[in-house]
Structures are given as C-alpha cells and as structure tokens.
Design a protein around this ligand. Structure first.
Ligand code: GCU
Length: 625
C-alpha cells in the first residue's frame, strides 16, 4: 500500500490581521493563552474531521443578511478592496457618523439553507450576500476554538470581529478556521461574504444542469478542542486485506510526540502507537471484524485517544477492489444496483442539507432496490454519507469537474485538487464510499487527460483503498449501432463510468434494441446515466415525449439493452428525483426542473420507477441464489 498522510492545507488563504486599539487592550487578557496556543497554531490545521464526535456549538438559525449585487460592501467605487467594508460591522458612534449599512436591522435568512429557495426574489439571484451572526462566548483555559462550515456556495470570505479569517473556494466541501486568538469573551460578530457568481475558470464552470443555489448551504458550528488534539485520522482496512487495519492518526498542538491509542471496544481491541515529532503516527494492526456490506452494514464504535483528547467515530470495515471486469466487495463480485441523486431537497426544493432530507432520499432509493447511489455531481452533505453508511448503501462521490472546464488553467487545477482533497478528507473513514469520481462528461483531449490524470494521482496519494472513476462519454463505431468505450482516460481509472441517453437525446426508445456495446478496457463498466423526462401525471402513448409512458418505454428498452452488455457491473439511472435546473424552461412540463426523476420532487413515483424496481428485485433474487 502506498504511503498515505494527512491532507495538506486546503484552499484557505489568510490575509494580514489589523488589530485596533480596543482589541489590543482586550488581548492582554489572553497573552498567556496566546503563547501556548500560538505555538500550536503555527502548524497547518487542515480540515477537522468528524466534528460530530467533538464538542460543538451550533450557529445555525437566523442570520442577518445584506444583499450586495455590486459588492459595495467589499470594494470602493474604484473597485479596490475597501478596508472599511461591511465586515467591519460598523455602527455610527455619533449622530453625524455616516454608515450606509446595518446588519442588525437587515432582514434574515435561515442557515443552513440556500438563499434562492428562501425568497421568490432571490430565486435567480447570483452574486454576493453578506451574512452576520452574533454569538456570545467565554474563553476557556487550555481550549482552542474553530469555526466550521459544512459548505458555502461558492466563494466565501470569513471575518470575526472585523478580522479576516480567510477565504474558501468551492461550493460543496467543508472548511474551518481557528479563532482561538480572535474570539472575545462576551459578544462576537461573525461576518461571512458568500458569492455564488459563476466563473469560466471555476469548478464547476459557467454551464451546469443544476441550480446554482447560493449561500451558507450547510451547518455552521464552533468546535472546541484541547490545546493538543487529534486533528485527523484514517482508520480503514488495508487495501486487499480483510483482517488488517492500516492508517494513521495526526495530532495538532504543542505536545506532538506522545502515545495515541486506537480502541474498538466491541472487538476488545486496544492498540497504542507513538507519534513522531510532527504528531503523526501510522497505525497497523490485525483485526478480525464483521465486514461492512449492504446486507450487513456493520459499524463499530472506534475511539482515538491521545493525552487529554478523545474522539469517537462509527466506522465500518470493508474491502473494495476491481479485478478484470469484476468489482469485488470483501472479495466477492458485486453488481452495483444504483441510482443517481442530486442534493435537491424533497418536497420543498432548494439545496438539501439535513439528516431528514438524507433519510427521505435514501429511503426512496432503498425502495427502488438499490445497494449503491451516485451522488451527482459534487460532494453531498455529510448526513447523506453517514446515512448511507448506516443503511448499507455504497456511494459514488464526485467533484464538480463537469463538462468543459479550463483544463490549461493552473488555478483551476489547484481548485479541483483542493475540492478533491476536502472531499476525501471528510469521508475517508466512511465504509459506504467505494468510488471517488474525478469528473463528469468531459471532452477527450490532451489537456483534459493531463488534468484528470493529476487528479487521479492526487486521489490515489490521499487514499489508496478506494476505486477511482469518472463518468465518461462513448461514441458509435462509424456507420454502426455499436457503442465504443475507448476514452483514453479509461486507462487510468479502476471502474469505467459511462453516460448514455439512447431513446431520449439519441433516437426513440426502441433504438436501444439494436445497440450493442464494446470496450477497449478489461475493466468493470457502470452505466452512470440513462433515462428520459416526464413530469409526474402526464400521460399518453409510449411514443409521446414527456409522458410517463414514454419514460417507461425508454426504461424497458434500456434495461433489455443493458442486460446484453457482458462487462456491465452496475447501473445508475438518471435519476431518483426531479431537480431544479436553469436549462429547463419548457412551460407546463419542466418549469425549470429537469424531470428525469423516477420520482417527482413531491415524492410521487412515476411508471418508470416500477420498471427499475422490478429489474432490481430480479437482480437481488439472482444475487441471493
Ligand atoms: C447529462 C449530465 C447531467 C444532466 C443530464 C440530463 O448527462 O451529466 O448532469 O442533468 O445529462 O441531460 O438530464
């Protein structure tokens, strides 16, 4: 197994801190604290994992907001960054003072939650909104404090008490900042500028087939830790093994050289390892455990202790590999009965973010008969992954390298690598996640191949235990109805993902009857997208577009075609539930929703749902025999 280590610091950029006289007076109180803690803070903190296993204070709820389409809270009229921007949260001190904004009398938005679905007038809004949260805090001895964001779309600048903490880029991965030094006893003002403007050099880029929901879309919380604490860990089965755990534990703080203990009480396992001067310890030990699988999603309580710190997590242990055209789970061939899911909230629309949303969406997927979900096209919230872990549903997790991004742009590559690093950092201990996907429907070409190969290398460096893939395209062999899978990227992935729409974008439903498939690669194929659109309740004959009967017809012909592909090891129809898309305006049919769901956004099952469900029941019966 290749050496794996903690994720390097992600896309968080710190600017110089400006302390005003009032704060200098205040900070004397904390000088002693500072000397101890600043030693600790000198180390890069990276992403705090498993924040649910730590002491936290939620900052969710109503946040004051200022809509700022011209970013006049950030730039002056010369479009230069303004040192007295809205992040100063200034108040008039005299009756003559001129302050042209006031968070505390401004309207509020809910956090977590995208802004587009909270107010009709914000539905199409793309730009900047400022958020303010006041919170009271009492500093504690020997305690460090962090502010953690589950995600914010897209470009986020964070300030505490007028100081810039940093910036994060990417709308679907978590980030955190240490505020031990900048938090005050009493009232604190946390100001967050969120800008969801689309950019050509961004990830994703200008064009997507999903709604660009902006805002503080996931939970925000304060996280308390001891001065030296377990900042990160990777505890999984060694690649290719079903009874050896291999991984690492990383400390952050002042006492870096110490013993750490990994305990699995239920299995009477307790193993100690010494950290090195950087607070890093490799762990490697034998462990005869019940293996995690969809049939038996066994999670163990795992306790990691060091000095005064104690983190508990629920971890499943399973082995996932590919051999030739087979995908092997715990050494046995497995067929991935999947469905694609967007992070769209059931019933209310908007960006899904809660445990309830996850339970509803995965519950519907389970009803369909899945053992696998493709979470498209970006890392979903942690509740989705943790519920999949508990329910025994394998997961394909993807970064939004979607369609045609700027392959030659170094900044775009760094951004994609950071999002990849954060995705892996958060979910690397989740048994449910079996595949990391680098991209979706990207056009073959040298620059693209070089870009995606760098991502694949990065992913393999960070985590050598999971399969690597991407959703790729295919083409017809000239003058035939043979679909050929020969994308050069196929050389570098473990599993070949392929999107096809025979019967919808490509001919009529029965066209699939004459289509056969060939591949250049001795690798498992997962059909990562196929399907058709129909708003729930629109009926007609099987060749009338947009009707449930047409969608059903596509599925019937699709499944017959898919059954004929010898190297097919998974299917993932597009998709579970209708979702909002700015590219779908057709009145009375789409109304800015992509209607390819097997279920409507109001939970109504379409005819095609039952076609897919009986196919999966058949497969399940088959696999049990
Ligand atoms: C594409 C794409 C999806 C999109 C779907 C569609 O293949 O990957 O993001 O929504 O097709 O057209 O419905």
């Amino acid at each position: 197994m290749k050496a794996v280590g903690p994720v390097k610091k992600s896309s968080v950029k710190r600017s110089s801190t400006i302390l005003n006289s009032h704060e200098i007076k205040l900070s004397f109180v904390g000088i002693f604290l500072l000397t101890v803690i600043s030693g600790a803070q000198a180390q890069q903190i990276g992403l705090l994992t498993n924040t649910d296993g730590r002491r936290t204070i939620s900052l969710d709820g109503q946040w004051r907001t200022i809509i700022d389409p011209y970013e006049s809270g950030y730039y002056d009229y010369r479009y230069q960054p303004n040192a007295n921007g809205y992040f100063k949260d200034a108040k008039p001190k005299t009756k003559s003072d001129l302050i042209e904004y006031d968070f505390d009398t401004s309207e509020s938005l809910s956090v977590p939650g995208d802004w587009n679905s909270q107010q009709e007038r914000l539905l199409f809004y793309e730009g900047t909104i400022w958020y303010k949260k006041s919170f009271a805090y009492q500093r504690k001895p020997n305690t460090r404090l962090f502010v953690y964001f589950g995600a914010a779309n897209y470009l986020t600048d964070v300030y505490l008490n007028g100081q810039k903490l940093g910036r994060h880029e990417g709308g679907f991965t978590p980030f955190n900042f240490e505020i031990t030094e900048s938090v005050r006893d009493g009232d604190n003002s946390l100001i967050v500028k969120v800008d969801n403007k689309r950019r050509r050099d961004a990830v994703p880029t200008l064009m997507t087939d999903w709604w660009n929901y902006g805002g503080l879309t996931r939970e925000v919380k304060l996280v308390e830790t001891p001065v030296t604490f377990v900042s990160d860990y990777f505890i999984q089965l060694q690649r290719g093994s079903r009874d050896r755990i291999a991984g690492w534990v990383k400390l952050n703080g002042t006492q870096l050289k110490q013993d750490i203990t990994v305990r699995i009480p239920e299995a009477r396992i307790s193993k100690s390892f010494a950290t090195d001067a950087n607070g890093f310890a490799r762990v490697n030990f034998e462990a005869g455990l019940a293996l995690w699988s969809p049939e038996n999603p066994k999670l163990y309580d795992v306790v990691i202790e060091s000095g005064v710190d104690h983190v508990e997590d629920q971890i499943g242990f399973r082995n996932i590999e590919s051999k030739g055209a087979e995908i092997l789970l715990n050494g046995k061939p497995v067929f991935l009965r999947g469905v694609c899911i967007h992070e769209e909230a059931p019933f209310r629309s908007g960006r899904a973010y809660s445990r309830e949303d996850a339970i509803t969406l995965l519950g519907w997927a389970r009803e369909l008969g899945v053992n696998f979900v493709r979470l498209a096209h970006y890392p979903h919230n942690e509740f989705m992954i943790r519920e999949a872990d508990r329910m025994g549903i394998m997961v394909w997790s993807e970064i939004p390298v979607y369609w045609t991004i700027l392959w030659d742009n170094p900044g775009t590559l760094e951004n994609a690598q950071n999002q990849l690093g954060e995705m892996i950092a958060r979910d690397k201990n989740r048994a449910a996640v079996i595949i990391w996907s680098m991209a979706n429907e990207t056009p073959p070409g040298d620059a693209r191949l070089a870009f995606l190969r760098k991502l694949i290398d990065h992913a393999r460096t960070l985590d050598g235990t999971r399969l690597i893939s991407a959703a790729m395209e295919r083409h017809y062999v000239k003058d035939t109805t043979t679909q050929m899978i020969d994308d050069p990227l196929g050389e570098y992935v473990d599993v070949f993902g392929c999107n096809e729409y025979v019967g919808w974008y490509d001919g009529l439903p029965e066209k699939a009857d004459g289509v056969d498939w060939q591949t250049k690669y001795q690798k498992p194929l997962v059909m990562t997208e196929f399907g058709a659109e129909a708003p729930y309740g629109l009926h007609g004959d099987a060749l009338t577009r947009w009707t449930e009967e047409y969608q059903e017809n596509v599925y019937l012909h699709q499944l017959a075609m898919l059954k004929r592909i010898p190297f097919l090891r998974g299917t993932c129809p597009w998709l579970l539930m209708d979702f909002r898309s700015p590219r779908r305006p057709l009145p009375g049919v789409q109304d800015f929703y992509n209607r390819k769901g097997l279920i409507s956004d109001h939970g109504q099952k379409k005819k095609a749902f039952y076609v897919m469900q009986s196919f999966y029941r058949e497969l399940q019966k088959h696999s049990q025999n």
